[in-house]
Design a protein around this ligand. Structure first.
Ligand code: NDP
Length: 789
């Protein structure tokens, strides 16, 4: 008789299929999936088949929404908005709570439906996707209850157009819909056409639990339908998850429309393994990082960076682990890797794998027996790839990682950041000091230490760089669906400013105190710089007299200023206390020269110069006071995890000042950016640029490190465009015209920088400070630290 040990060694898993009877019955009742508009099912539009990726079988058919259906859905959402937003938070909370309960009651049904529609395994839908969906609705039921007290002075944005991808269909719906509804918005959501079924099932649930008609509308269709939703003038906010390419298209499409936008895009996330890591745990980490969900995960740990000394051992362990992964029927509870979502996606993955091999990579792949039909892809990983190779740079979005080695922590960080993305990272080391140091230096919105792919409704999730902007989950996620209740400023009058080069010896009206620079130069890298074009323009005061000349900066000057700002990275690393001290010192030095500034301001604008200087000094003090008070948070998420939310500066910020309030507006915009540790390239008021040049003199004696603030005078929108297009600039604040705002938003699509534009509306500069200013001057990094002895 065999010994138990022998049985254990040879034992094969038997099939353990989950029953799909309930889903088959539902599909039989649902021969065509249409749209949910104003609480009713609307079966209109051309039909296409919905396929099961694991078998190729037709599950049902899908209507595609065109302009008429999108119009009807937006109108329904608009009509429902006043009632829904006026409900007390508690009433909205009860609706969300009811949805959460109903999802929980149907967990098994929804898990099977998701697995059949997407190809992902039942193990994942049952243990991850659907429980997280319920958790999101519960968590946001809480926010609905608390929104009035937790976000005083805020209002819902209005109608939200939400577009989601196919990789986590119901979970992405929950991430988008739950916060939007909690905040009091109404929604038009478009699921991916490859995976429309769980959204349809959820709409049925919403009707059943009595969600008021029109609060959640679902339009089915492909990218064309998505574009109709995003572009509809009745939509106030667009929330998109998907590829960086489509995110960029949407950014350009809605530029200048005033719509609020959040983008959760692609990634090529590093998975860094140090030689002092728990290697067995790290191997399991790779399973969860890249082989989970067939690698169709935006934050997949798809670039394995392994410290050189352990690389051979680690790769060997990975190869062994690959052989134990079971690829096949998603409904089998023993399956680890299910089917890729579509034949087209499989083709794309295969194409990239072939390219990786052609570029010299060595492919290690599971020798898994793949089912004869369906879109199955054996998991694997590449070694011998160069950091610049296609597979090391492009999102494969399949179960294949690339592995590279590094020697030192610095090299690990350099390799980790050698990507245009910045969504997530995972760091493996038993030395927590080193792990946190690396986590702090990696450009990523989410960093897991000794863990990967952990999510929670209370934790912010979202990217840096070309992985998009905005956060989902937690307090930050709620903020994306709220706007500050503020008076709409009046339209800024157009000011004609001549940037024609001035004759060399133009008469200058010197104010009584003297001291106005004859030609103010640019302030770049802590030095006075001549403009690249070598030309200057005359600046006229309120009475038309020439006050002086100012350098005409051009794109080359902006590039030099950005380079100087990029080199001044140390400013972000000094303590918040040090930054506060510098801002206080700036305020003191401005105070010393208040009479001279008041005189120049009065001569420039004809306004009350003394009052403006006083307000600017106070603004510097206020921001200095805040520098060390904009704290991060520690959240209660999963058990045995510390989840930190750390405010990080953007890096290099562009700041375009308005014509009015030349000193106060400049200080109001620049001070929060500096307080949070950013380096700034500022284009000052083009009507009154001499004030900024004078302010640079104050900076020069206030211990502000060279390059932390750079001032480039010149034609506003031309300089703004260069800043918007510059890849090194991570965030851009623009005050100017409506056209300029549209231009800035469109031109910023290149590196998907975060923008804040005023659409040509004046601000009340007397009140231009607050927590939201400081929050906009940084981005949140979510750091997950599991613990346990
Ligand atoms: P897309 O970005 O094209 O799709 C995401 C969603 O946007 C879908 O609902 C899609 O509709 C819709 N959409 C497509 N074009 C537009 C448009 N112009 N305006 C508005 N909405 C639009 O991703 P794909 O499905 O094409 O996948 C391509 C690649 O993108 C993948 O291989 C992967 O690399 C990456 N990806 C990344 C995701 C992430 O979470 N970061 C998620 C999905 C994909 P429909 O699908 O119905 O056509």
């Amino acid at each position: 008789m065999s010994k138990v040990r022998e049985i254990m060694e040879t034992m094969e898993y038997g099939p353990a299929p989950e029953s799909n009877a309930e889903v088959l019955a539902w599909l039989a009742r649902t021969p065509a999936v249409g749209h949910w508009i104003d609480g009713a099912h609307v079966a209109q539009g051309p039909l296409s088949d919905v396929l099961n990726p694991a078998t190729g079988a037709v599950l049902t058919t899908l209507h595609k929404a065109g302009p008429d259906q999108v119009e009807a859905a937006v109108q329904a959402a608009r009509a429902a908005f006043p009632g829904w937003s006026a409900l007390p938070g508690h009433a909205r909370a009860r609706h969300l709570y009811a949805i959460a309960r109903a999802v929980q009651k149907r967990e098994r049904f929804l898990s099977v439906l998701e697995a059949m529609d997407n190809g992902k395994t039942i193990r994942e839908t049952r243990d991850i996707d659907i429980p997280l969906v319920a958790r999101h609705f519960y968590h946001h039921a809480g926010w609905a209850e608390l929104v009035e007290t937790e976000f005083p002075g805020h209002a819902p944005v209005g109608v939200c157009g939400q577009i989601i991808p196919w990789n986590f269909p119901l979970l992405m719906l929950a991430w988008k819909v739950a916060p939007a509804l909690a905040a009091g918005n109404t929604v038009v959501l478009k699921p991916a056409d490859l995976t429309p079924l769980t959204a349809h099932a959820l709409a049925e649930i919403c009707v059943e639990v009595g969600l008021p008609p029109g609060v959640l509308n679902i339009v089915q269709g492909d990218g064309e339908t998505g574009a109709l939703v995003a572009g509809h003038p009745g939509v106030d906010k667009v929330a998109f998850t998907g590829s960086t390419e489509v995110g960029r298209t949407i950014r350009r499409q809605i530029a200048g429309s005033g719509k609020k936008l959040s983008l959760e895009l692609g990634g090529k996330s590093p998975f860094i393994v140090f030689e002092d890591a728990d290697l067995e745990a790290a191997v399991e980490g790779v399973v969860d990082a890249i082989w989970f969900n067939q690698g169709e995960v935006c934050c997949a740990g798809s670039r394995l960076l392994v410290q050189e000394g352990i690389a051979p051992r680690f790769y060997a362990r990975l190869r062994e682990r690959l052989e134990t992964l079971r690829v096949g029927d998603p409904l089998d509870k023993c399956t680890d890797v299910g089917a890729v979502v579509s034949a087209r996606q499989l083709q794309r993955i295969d194409g990239l794998i072939a390219q990786g091999q052609a570029e010299g990579g060595t492919l290690h792949r599971a020798a898994a027996q793949l089912p004869a039909t369906g879109n199955f892809c054996a998991p694997g990983f590449f070694t011998d790839v160069a950091p610049a190779s296609t597979v090391a740079q492009v999102e494969i979005f399949g179960p294949v990682a690339v592995a590279m080695t590094f020697r030192t922590p610095d090299e690990a960080v350099a390799l980790a950041n050698d990507t245009r993305y910045g969504l997530a990272a995972s760091v493996w080391s038993e030395n927590v000091t080193k792990a946190i140091d690396v986590a702090a230096r990696v450009k990523a919105g989410v960093v897991w230490i000794n863990a990967t792919n952990i999510f929670d409704a209370g934790a912010a999730f979202g990217g840096m760089r070309e992985s998009g902007f905005g956060r989902e989950g937690g307090r930050e996620g709620m903020g994306e669906y709220l706007v500050r209740r503020a008076e709409q400023g009046s339209e800024r009058p157009a000011v004609t400013v001549s940037w024609d080069p001035a004759p060399v010896a133009q008469a200058v009206a010197q104010p009584a105190s003297g001291g106005v620079d004859i030609t103010a130069r640019l302030w770049v890298g802590g030095k006075w710089a001549r403009a690249d074009g070598g030309q200057s323009a005359s600046v006229r005061g309120a009475d038309g007299a020439v006050l002086g000349q100012v350098a005409i900066g051009n794109r080359k000057d902006i590039r030099n200023a950005v380079e100087a700002a990029a080199k001044a990275g140390a400013w972000g690393g000094v303590t918040a206390h040090n930054r506060a001290q510098v801002l206080y010192f700036l305020a003191e030095n401005l105070d010393q020269r208040r009479a001279e500034f008041a005189e120049l301001l009065a001569a420039s604008t004809g306004g009350d110069g003394a009052a403006e200087v006083e307000a600017a000094i106070r603004r510097l003090f206020w921001n200095a006071a805040q520098a060390d008070k904009v704290d991060g948070t520690v959240r209660a998420t999963k058990s045995a995890h510390v989840t930190l939310h750390i405010n990080e500066p953007w890096g290099v910020m562009g700041v375009i000042c308005p014509e009015e309030a030349p000193l106060l507006a400049l200080v109001s915009l620049v001070a929060p950016a500096l307080a949070m540790g950013n380096r700034v390239v500022c284009v000052p008021s083009q009507a009154h640029p001499l004030v900024a040049a004078r302010f640079a003199q104050v900076c020069a004696v206030s211990d502000l490190p060279a390059g932390a603030l750079n001032i480039v005078t010149g034609p506003r929108d031309a300089l703004a465009k260069t800043l918007a297009e510059h890849d090194e600039v991570a965030a851009l604040w623009y005050c100017g015209s409506a056209e300029g705002s549209a231009m800035v938003e469109a031109a910023s699509a290149g590196n998907l920088k975060s923008t804040w534009v005023d659409r040509g509306r004046m601000r009340d500069w007397g009140a231009a400070q607050g927590a939201d200013w400081l929050r906009r001057a940084c981005q949140v990094k979510t750091l997950w630290l599991p613990y346990g002895a």
